[in-house]
Structures are given as C-alpha cells and as structure tokens.
Design a protein. Structure first.
Length: 232
C-alpha cells in the first residue's frame, strides 16, 4: 500500500471514531457517517486483495525460478546430450537441442523448453535408443506445465495487485472528499467549542509525507585545454 493511501485511510478511521463519539441526528451527517463507514470497509477488502495478489505473485515467481533451475541444471542437459548424440543419425537435430541461456526472459526460456519437449516427443524412439531415460520426457512435460502455470499465476496476480492499487487510490480519494465535507459541518458545530474543535482537527489531520529529494546528477567535467588539443 502506498504511503499516501495509508495516511488517508488512517485519517478516515480517526474521523469515523470521532463521529461516533460526537454523534449528530442531522440527516446529512448520518448519511455521511454511513458512507464513510462503507468506504473504509471497502478499502479494507481491497487492501486484503492487494496483499493477497502480491503474496501470490511472489510465490509464483519463486516457484518459477526453482522450476527453471531444475530444467536448466538437471532435465534439459540430459535431453540435449542425448539429442546431440542422435544428431549423428539426423544432423538437423544438433541445432534444435540447445540449452537456452539462463539470462533470457522466462517467456523465452519456456518457449525453448516447450519446443524441445515437442521435438523430443516426435523423436522419442531415436532418443531412447541413444540413452534417454524412460521418465525424462514425462518429467520435462510436468516441469514445462508447472512453469507455464507459475508464469500465468505470477502475471494474473500482478494484474490483481495493480487493479487493487488503483481501486485503493479511488476509495482513498472518496474518503478525503467525505472528510472535507465533514470539516465544514464540524467547524460549524464546534465553532464555539475549542476542545471539540481541537479534537476534530487532530482526527482529520493527514500527516505530510517526507519529501524525497532526488539525487542530483554530477555535472560533466569540462575538458582541459590540453585534452582538446590532443583530441584534435
């Protein structure tokens, strides 16, 4: 949750508590109180959705990393060595059984692993005759499927997290609008009650967030006259 949203929600919770301890029978006041309470409830639900999306995304990314490591270190090297041996019978296989770089994107790695799996399925008999273990293709198929599932989970959870963040921004803005309206009402109600006014001001206060000063970029050092001459 972004800091600006958090402090607004905290202000909304304080204002809600204030309105409950300083009730009013005015219809407009009662309506605003109900709207504020509903907005805070909705914000809590959205915050939970945002947290869950982030947790799922992190778990899926961790699992995807583990799967690529298993593919890269254990399963694919065995298949590729057998594929290189099979290339003596079918030379075109040499360029198709190649271990992808560990630095490529997850999508690129999954595409390469899937292509080798499909190729190996069509050349199963030849590869088995060159030493491919019986469970290797089944393990590769399982890992590729899990890899794809983890990638989809990470992507969907990320979308969920971003959507929840946008929704939280909106509901936090709605809460601040309610607080502004209540501020006008309470200034009228407590205009002659310094203690009540002080309590209200403390409740509605939104702390200022620390300002991060951007790190200035160093100015380029001008060339010395001797450098210019030597460059010429």
């Amino acid at each position: 949750m972004r800091s600006v949203v958090r402090v607004r929600l905290e202000a909304g919770a304080r204002v809600l508590q204030f309105t409950r301890t300083h009730p009013s029978t005015e219809p407009g006041y009662v309506t605003l109180l109900g709207t504020l309470e509903a907005s805070l409830t909705r914000a809590g639900e959205i915050a939970t959705r945002q947290h869950n999306g982030l947790a799922i995304a992190r778990g899926a990314k961790t699992r995807r990393m583990e799967l690529r490591r298993e593919l890269h270190v254990q399963v694919l090297p065995h298949l590729i060595r057998v594929g290189q041996a099979a290339a003596k019978n079918q030379p075109d296989l040499a360029k198709r059984f190649v271990l992808p770089s560990s630095s490529v994107t997850y999508k690129t790695y999954l595409t390469a692993a899937t292509a080798m799996l499909n190729l190996a399925e069509t050349q199963r008999d030849l590869l088995v005759s060159k030493g491919l273990t019986g469970s290797a293709l089944e393990d590769l198929g399982r890992l590729v499927k899990e890899f794809e599932t983890a990638s989809n989970d990470a992507r969907n959870a990320r979308v969920q997290h971003i959507g929840a963040r946008t929704d939280l921004d909106l509901v936090a803005g709605e809460i601040m609008e309610i607080i502004r309206i209540l501020d006008g009402i309470n200034r009228y109600r407590f205009g002659k009650d310094p203690e009540g006014m002080a309590e209200w001001n403390a409740a509605k206060q939104v702390p200022a967030l620390p300002f991060r000063t951007p790190t200035p970029r160093p100015e380029p050092t001008p060339p010395k006259p001797g450098d210019v001459a030597s460059a010429a």
